[in-house]
Design a protein around this ligand. Structure first.
Ligand code: BT5
Length: 317
């Protein structure tokens, strides 16, 4: 009920009377009063004026299950939300939940990760209280060969969600980085459990640097945050909501053909290295060329001096 009261206070123009809240949610005045007090304790500034009712003055950048639920407008993403003040990795959590029967659309969010992971065993810097660490469980009935494109649609969703909430222009570094002014604000880690022609589950993990004012030495040159780039504090819960609204939109388009056919044009516009020199870090044979966008199957098109190559996985710098 706390999340519903919060949503009601946020959407109200002025004051909402205690009576209105009681009637709306079918609970007693005491129950409303208790819920309001709990919200205050959690950090929301709520004013109570006699004969008028309650009014929300400010909501700080709080992450909690209540905050996430009160912002939620998505159709199916986040129907089940698991929130942790701290966890090892939201991807690891989501994988365990998926194995234990959690449904398609289950969302795991944490305020801190003690073992945040990037690709190929790399670490993801996951300081407490400033960033977004979240993972989505998917159990789609799609061909496992088409699953890796979900990283690309997630990148589009993150770029769109950040742009909508902050106004910052985001670019995608194929396949899994989002950059603002050339520096990384977000990384995506997609992991899956598949059988020959069947997907048990997919977990899409997203890390977005939001409030960070500085970074550890090792990543200072490459990393940035939305706060640094916009010069303003941002609200994590609002960004989370915007990302998943965008995700549902792109996911529907993807599902029609199970590929990027309907999204190539929009993706290419967001591609950071479009028509630029890239280095494909093929473990056996690294090469350089010019990026020319993606194919409907999500591969990166790279023209080298001798031929056109299609990169389906791996590292590009
Ligand atoms: C990624 O890997 O970019 C995927 C990161 C996914 C993180 C999310 S957080 C929620 C979920 N739970 C997890 O445990 N993981 C996911 P990769 O492309 O391998 O990039 C990793 C590299 O990015 C590192 O080697 C650093 O150079 C750099 N890096 C590490 N932390 C960073 C940060 N916070 N911001 C920007 N760059 C970072």
């Amino acid at each position: 009920m706390k999340s519903e009261i919060l949503a009601a206070l946020r959407s109200a123009d002025g004051y909402v009377s205690g009576q209105e809240l009681c009637e709306k949610f079918g609970v007693s005045r005491t129950a409303v009063w208790k819920a309001i007090n709990q919200l205050k304790q959690a950090g929301y500034e709520i004013e109570a004026v006699q004969n008028k009712g309650y009014h929300i003055v400010s909501s700080p950048d709080i992450l909690s299950k209540t905050e996430l639920e009160s912002n939620r407008k998505t159709a199916w993403v986040g129907e089940e939300i698991y929130y942790f003040d701290s966890t090892d990795s939201t991807n690891t959590r989501a994988k365990r939940l998926a194995e234990d029967g959690s449904v398609h659309g289950t969302l795991v969010v944490a305020d801190e990760q003690t073992g945040g992971r990037g690709r190929r065993g790399r670490a993801w810097e996951s300081q407490k209280g400033v960033s977004i660490y979240m993972s989505l469980v998917l159990k789609p009935e799609i061909d496992p060969n088409n699953a890796s494109m979900l990283t690309l649609i997630t990148a589009m969703a993150v770029a769109g969600g950040i742009e909508k909430t902050t106004g910052l222009e985001c670019k995608i570094k194929w396949p899994n980085d989002i950059v603002v002014h050339g520096k990384k604000v977000c990384g995506i880690l997609t992991e899956m459990s598949t059988q020959m022609d069947y997907i048990n589950y997919i977990v899409i993990g997203i890390g977005i640097n939001v409030q960070n004012e500085s970074f550890p030495e090792e990543i200072r040159e490459v990393a940035t945050s939305l706060r640094i780039e916009s010069g303003k504090k941002q609200k994590r819960a609002a960004i989370i909501e915007a990302v998943w609204e965008e995700f549902e939109k792109y996911y529907d388009i993807y599902l029609k053909t199970e590929d990027m056919q309907g999204l190539v044009g929009e993706y290419d516009q967001k591609l950071a290295n479009m028509n630029k020199q890239v280095r494909v870090l093929d473990p056996k044979d690294p090469y350089e060329g010019t990026a020319r966008g993606i194919t409907p199957k999500g591969e990166l098109i790279v023209d080298t001096w001798e031929a056109r190559k299609l990169v389906s996985s791996g590292e590009v710098s």
